[in-house]
Design a protein around this ligand. Sequence first.
Ligand code: UD1
Length: 337
Amino acid sequence: MKKKILVTGGAGYIGSHTVIALCEAGFEPIIADNYSNSEPWILDQLTKITKKKIKNYTVDCTDKDGLKKVFKEEQIYGVIHFAAYKAVGESVENPLKYYQNNIGSLNCVIELMNEYGVENLVFSSSCTVYGEADYLPVDEKHPIKKAESPYGYSKQVCETLISDCLNSNQLTRAITLRYFNPVGAHTSGLIGELPIGTPNNLVPFITQTAAGIRKYLTVFGNDYKTDDGTCIRDYIHVMDLANAHVKALNTMSETGKSITLNVGTGKGSSVLEAVQSFEKVNQLKLNYRIGPKRSGDIEQIYAATELAEKTLKWRTEYSIDDAMKDAWRWEKNLANK
Ligand code: UD1
């Protein structure tokens, strides 16, 4: 029998790609989503890609009784917990929303895992926990810095919550993945990032500009102390990131161990390099302007990837060029929806 994996936020950006990776690896994903930042039609797209109907529950993960139904009805082997809010600016304006949802949902998930004897958790964290790194590439031993936003702090609290529950045996095992910058889309062009309103993140802003939805991209600052003056990030293809989750489940069942890992490519790219990559692979000119720095942005960060590669027996397979091609294919398909 296939192992059932509860994927909270499974209709979301990283969640939906992970559902595909789980199916391909022989797991049975079960989605729990409240569609607060995703669309139910993503489920139909998943069926087109996987040729399977993915079992799904419409539920808010902070609703313990609602979520309990899933644990009662399904024999769950592991949980991948994506369901969370992720807009940094919004978290500054409405911290209660972020603390309540991001911490509250993890709390419910762990309580129910404990109640129903579910042993394996994969948690979505972020490289935001490192803040402005003291050294690069940043490894997992790097100190956790004071969070720049309630969003960032909610991730730090969740990481602490997990380690406290592991210490007290209220949780059996967990792999926490600190994502760098997820970009791109599934190569089918059927699913991808679906920002609601004006995108905050770079790649959806680029693709919407190329599609004519936005007039131009503003590059936030070009006087940083980097080669071309723009910020540097570690852009990882969302399918590589999705595969890391599958490997994390495999690793937990093989070793029984808990660990926190960076999930990035190890390679930093500047904003202008990202723009150039998009232009090159899609044979397009992007309308962009240099604007002021965005407050709270860090100058540069990219991952030390050795620990994740060794622990998960995983490597990235896609480049930023692949991601830009896939992101554009998705944006064009979206226009015809
Ligand atoms: C942001 C969050 C990070 C979070 C992640 C979730 C901040 C400071 N960090 O990452 O905590 O985990 O989103 O998705 O908000 N850029 C432009 N013009 C744009 C948009 C972005 O120049 O219109 C630049 C930014 O200055 C940055 C890079 O592109 O250098 C990437 O930005 P973004 O996609 O927003 O990701 P992060 O800021 O790295």
